[in-house]
Design a protein. Structure first.
Length: 134
């Protein structure tokens, strides 16, 4: 987890909203690492993020949160589907960044296309509720 320092948030460019988004994004990484497994993260990305689903005959499956499948760029960036939770281009870097961007959007209630993203937000609300009960 990493948040930019004085160079990123200098007095000239300091923006509270940007800092809050960045902290929320980093909390998304922490939440994924603590409360999700590789299968759950991949399933969320395919169900809500437009990432390609694994075919039944594919042998490459994520075994842990650091599997190459979860750390690779989205292969079909041009084929965005309506209903994606894809709040930024940065979220296409890999599934971890996609989740962190969507997490930040969720906790900041910054739904750019609320009607398109309700599925992800309901799913995440359930995951957060489960995590709180642990």
């Amino acid at each position: 987890l990493s948040i930019g320092g004085k160079k990123t948030y200098s007095k000239k460019t300091f923006d509270n909203d940007e800092l809050i988004k960045t902290i929320s994004h980093e909390l998304g990484h922490a939440f994924a690492l603590k409360h999700l497994n590789a299968h759950d993260l991949l399933l969320a990305a395919t169900d809500f993020g437009g990432w390609p689903k694994l075919q039944a005959n594919q042998t490459i499956k994520p075994v842990d949160l650091f599997s190459p499948l979860l750390l690779s760029p989205r292969p079909d960036k041009a084929q965005r589907v309506v209903g994606d939770c894809q709040p930024s281009v940065y979220g296409e870097k890999n599934i971890h960044e996609w989740f962190a961007e969507c997490f930040a959007e969720h906790v900041n209630k910054n739904f750019k296309h609320e009607n398109q993203k309700i599925g992800f937000h309901l799913w995440l609300k359930d995951e957060i509720t489960k995590a709180i009960q642990l």
